[in-house]
Write a protein that binds this ligand. Structure first.
Ligand SMILES: Nc1nc2c(c(=O)[nH]1)N[C@H]1C(S)=C(S)[C@@H](COP(=O)(O)OP(=O)(O)OC[C@H]3O[C@@H](n4cnc5c(N)ncnc54)[C@H](O)[C@@H]3O)O[C@H]1N2
Ligand code: MOO
Length: 419
């Protein structure tokens, strides 16, 4: 048996970041940058006002106050976007709006609230400090600064940073495309009725959705029967249209384990046992045209766990993330359970509110008494997966575990921030 870390390394060796493509900023959400973004210009571009008010020479207002107002001539009106370049002589002011460039000669801004709001002349009742309410050029970014480094994930704030330095198009790693298929003679699509012995295919929905949630495109091929010829045909089609093929089922010891039957003899494909519960049997390798394949076990919880432990990191690497490991959070365990000997255990858990007030995340098993890899409907309750190392045999209340949050939207706000 190989360790989780060894298997993850073997999985990651199958994939590389996808090549860069040019994209409009608008379409780049969730992609990973394949270029550095630098600023040509300073940001702010020039000294500008942080308030709606009057640009002044502070020296004109020494001693100004509510009982000693000072009257200045207003020589310009400067809305944001104004290209005017007035010069303030002694005894003058410019009406200025937030974001407009500070005129030459001005060295402070007095907010409109400290004035009579005059248009030709203004009466000011405040002596501003030198530089008051002026945003300085280059405070945010200096010319030539690195704004976003290659490898950065692009969320809303990152797109705004790119936009602010004028980058309208970006080079990003192409979004991974993943073909998902499940295997099993017993599988029937949801929406159709079952005969005795049949079940509904949930894994192809589970895995396609997990792929999409990870920011990738999924082609859900659906269920393929336990027939090697049919599977060969489906895999040939899948590998032509995908950067990665993910299957579920048919990798264990059964007489009809079709994935293993078809692929076990092929060079470049291995079927291995990973010291992990659930998710012990795993297949991996390259299909005929070199497309990587990850063959996950068919039990739904095993497939879900395998996705988060192995497929998700592979997707992150394909997508261009420098760090393949998704973020984990440390949590305190509330209940107790035994774990299998010498195997890491990945337990579906919920985050709970204990009103302890110490800010720590606390978890309990999502299913009382069980880590059964067939408990697919119960899996829907879980907020995350606690990863218990192989060396641990007993998990006790108060123990610390690492938790991969898988459903942040389900976590009640009283349980603390899941992210
Ligand atoms: N003799 C042994 N039997 C089994 C072993 C073993 O070591 N020796 N390992 C067990 C473990 S652990 C797992 S995990 C499973 C993995 O089996 P397969 O990957 O071959 O999966 P299947 O046999 O095809 O299915 C297992 C289980 O999951 C259900 N299933 C399959 N696909 C779907 C789907 N798309 N949607 C919903 N449910 C699905 C299937 O009906 C089975 O109940 O092997 C153990 N056996
Ligand atoms: O390893 Mo299996 O994945 O326990 O159910």
């Amino acid at each position: 048996m190989r360790t989780v870390a060894e298997h993850l390394e073997a999985v990651l060796a199958l994939v590389e970041p996808l090549p860069p493509v040019g994209t409009e900023l608008e379409d780049a959400l969730g992609a990973v940058l394949a270029q550095d973004v630098r600023a040509d210009d300073a940001l702010p571009h020039w000294d500008c006002s942080a308030m709606d008010g009057y640009a002044v020479r502070a020296g004109d207002l020494l001693g100004a106050g509510p009982s000693s107002p000072v009257r200045l001539r207003v020589v310009a009106d400067l809305p944001a976007g104004s290209g005017a370049e007035p010069v303030l002589a002694l005894g003058s002011a410019a009406r200025i709006m937030t974001g407009a460039p500070i005129p030459a000669g001005a060295d402070a801004v007095v907010p409109v609230e400290q004035s009579d709001g005059g248009v030709e002349h203004v009466v000011l009742t405040q002596a501003p400090a030198l530089g008051a309410h002026i945003r300085r050029a280059g405070e945010d970014v200096r010319p030539g600064d690195l704004v976003l480094a290659a490898g950065t994930w692009l969320g809303p704030a990152q797109l705004a940073a790119a936009a602010s330095v004028g980058a309208g198009r970006l080079q990003v790693h192409r979004r991974p495309r993943v073909a998902v298929l499940s295997t099993g003679a017993e599988l029937v699509p949801p929406g159709r009725s079952l005969t005795y012995g049949q079940i509904h295919d949930s894994n192809s929905y589970l895995l396609a959705a997990a792929v999409r949630e990870a920011g990738c495109d999924a082609v859900r091929v659906g269920a393929v029967p336990d027939d090697p010829a049919a599977l060969a045909e489906a895999l040939d089609a899948a590998e032509q249209q995908a950067d990665l093929v993910v299957t579920s089922g048919g990798v264990s010891m059964g007489a009809y384990d079709v994935v293993k039957q078809l692929l076990a003899g092929r060079t470049g494909i291995d079927f291995v046992r990973v010291a992990m519960q659930p998710g012990k049997p795993q297949g991996l390798g390259r299909l005929r045209s070199g497309t990587p394949l990850l063959a996950l076990p068919g039990n739904p919880v095993s497939a879900f766990v395998s996705f988060h432990m192995f497929v998700r990191p592979a997707l992150r690497r394909l997508a261009g993330h420098r760090d393949a490991a998704p973020a984990v959070r440390e949590a305190l365990v509330e209940d107790a359970w035994r774990t299998p000997e010498s195997r890491a255990q990945v337990m579906p858990v919920v985050l709970v509110d204990t009103a302890a007030g110490d800010g720590a995340l606390r978890v309990r098993r999502a299913v009382e008494g069980g880590s059964g890899s067939h408990l697919v409907a119960s899996l829907a309750r879980a907020h995350g997966l606690a990863v218990v190392p192989a060396a641990v045999q007993d998990v006790r209340p108060g123990d610390r575990v690492e938790v991969l949050i898988t459903a942040p939207e389900l976590v009640p706000s009283s349980a603390g921030s899941p992210r």
